[in-house]
Design a protein around this ligand. Sequence first.
Ligand code: GLA
Length: 768
Amino acid sequence: MIKQISGGFIIEAGNSTMLLEVNEVQKPVLAYYGPKMKEPESLTAFKTPYGTAMGTATLYDEKKAPTLTLDQLNLEISTPYKGDYGSPSLLLEGQSSPVYDFVYQSFEIRKPEPLPELPSPHDAEEELVLKLADPAQKVEAELHYLTYKDSGVIGRYLKITNQGEPLDIRKAMSLQIILDGEGFELVNFYGTWSGEFQKDITPLNHLRYSFDSTTGSSSARHNPYFIIKKKETSYQAGGCYGFNLVYSGNHYEEVEYSSFDKLRVQTGISPLGFKKTLQKGESFVTPLAVLTFSDQGLNGLIHVMHDFVNAHVVPQEFAYKARPVVFNNWEGTFMKFNERKLHSLVRKAAAIGAECFVLDDGWFGKRNNDKAGLGDWTVNKRKLPHGIKGLCSYVHKKGMKFGLWFEPEMVNPDSDLFRAHPEYAIQDGIHQPCLARNQLTLDLTKPEVRTYIIDAVEAVLKSAPIDFVKWDYNRNMSDIPMNSGTFFHDYILGLYQVVGKITSDFPKILFENCASGGNRCDLGMLSYFAQTWVSDDTDSFERAKIQDGMVLGYPLSVMSNHVSAKISNQMLRKTSFDSKFDVACLGILGYELDLGSLSKKELSNFKQQIAFYKAHREVCQFGTYEQISTLEDSSFSTKEAHNAKEAVVSRTVGICRPVPSQESLFAIGLDPNADYHYAIRREDLDLRRFGTIVNYVLPIHLKEEGALISFIAKFKSMPCETLEGDMSGAGLMGGGLKFPMLWNGTGYSDKVSFMGDFGSRLYLLSRK
Ligand code: GLA
């Protein structure tokens, strides 16, 4: 709900209320943002008292407000040189005075309009436009506030229109909000390839903090999602604010505590390499930022963000639609495959219950390694004599959907495309462009390049009834062209045009976003592609940490997770297939390994895993998520997804202790008065995990890692601990259920849990 009230405006979103005041000097300021409240009649009680002008205060307008200085206002937009000495959210450079002073003129409450050329979440309900202007400079600024049906999220963006002399925009943040009070902390997500979404928590001092992406994409280095929380806020209680950008390019976030304990928060396009010139009559619209408030701790924030992405961000065609269990051949074959090998994988994938077979990199051009072929999107007939159509039909006959990998924004210098059109690649014309993974980025600011990509991808999609596309993007940008004030931004606008066209021409195809894993994982890409490959790191322990970070802002239904070989390609760490499953199953489950090298027992285990997942897919993909503990604050990462029917709890341990403590489950969100049946998902443990201690109980002597134990292990395994019974929701939430104690070096029984370092377990709580 958005309404004008005396002195300003009220915006109600979910369980939050925002009050915006237009004050006596016509500046829009934040009067309140917090728990939902009864609609006040006026904003009088929420006004900041400007008792006296402090020593060095610069008085904005002595006549209208004798004690008021901009420095002490919670400004919704800030420009320099008028007494606000914090970081400006808008920086303009014109022909004459550097002073731009925007004051309120009028407002409009309207049916929301989508942002031009940029992704806009759907089902926006209402939009408030605050129209400001600097009449002396003839520049207008509009502050836009959007609400979304049944959502606690508020959308924000800025539009600048120049009616005067040409000017340059040097910085234009989508959102500025200033919060009052001490003791705030910043939670941000940094990372790298194979180590995305690492969580940092920084107590904030009276400094300016910033993070950004300068790689050309939203990047794994700093995801645009971040949180401001009170020091005492935990997952389960306390106040916190979440911020994100619906944008896939270079972004910039700034958090600054003023000397008056006002916390200024900004997010928008990165000012690096950004200079937008506006001629008279021209406008610039920033990408949309989204924000939310929760007084129910970080889990409360998670609920609002997950619902928002599920209901308003991902393409409507796929909103709340079950995602298929994928088999992907990448780590199983890399680019070394032929039709026979793929057919055999297809049969095995179908037999274990996979629902979509995805052919990854290596099917096109002269793509036998990553040195050649990108850009040439025609099938390699040596590998696939019956083409994509032939393979697609084989997969369909085996009862699965068919998916195909593309990396359309890239080109290898060793490709027909580059030989014919070197000018399609991004380069500055005077330096040798840097290669990354032997490739260059195509210049999507050029219309002919966009047309090439659309035609090339669509030709393949038209050639066979393809159901799924994995769209990859595997390098960061360098060597950007000269005189390109908005190159990075124009690239992203070009990308949105390309993916907008292809996804609307093929609305039934499910697209998976990928950028070497999570190097472009953001709400912009999710507006076109309903799911995203979280990380190339499929080591289950690392993955648990990555997923624990990502899930703070992105729902399970977009997180694509694969079970891969036991020894992870990325860490060379060994974890069991079951641990991998226990981590992968909160999200979209997939498999990515050579099924041909597995034993019957292992394949039958996969079959059981997939059957379990299908039976509980609804809660695994769309359940309400609760983080119970993290590896930062305990030895376990424990989380849960629940719906009215059941809850799935996944638990991963870090390094086991020699004398483990007794742990209990503290479930969240169950019905306290209902009865539940709880049960561990039974797993078989590899005999070899027990080393030479098996000799303690066996009549024969087995050598550690010897041929005999390896042979026996093919058929025989140890059952994991048991845990099964009934308990009320209240008991399960109150710590009534005790986990079996971890292995402590002596004695193994069904009441001892041998998780081993980095192991995981899964528990099902079914409402009776
Ligand atoms: C990237 C992706 C992988 C795989 C390879 C193929 O690294 O993240 O999943 O598709 O490219 O080259």
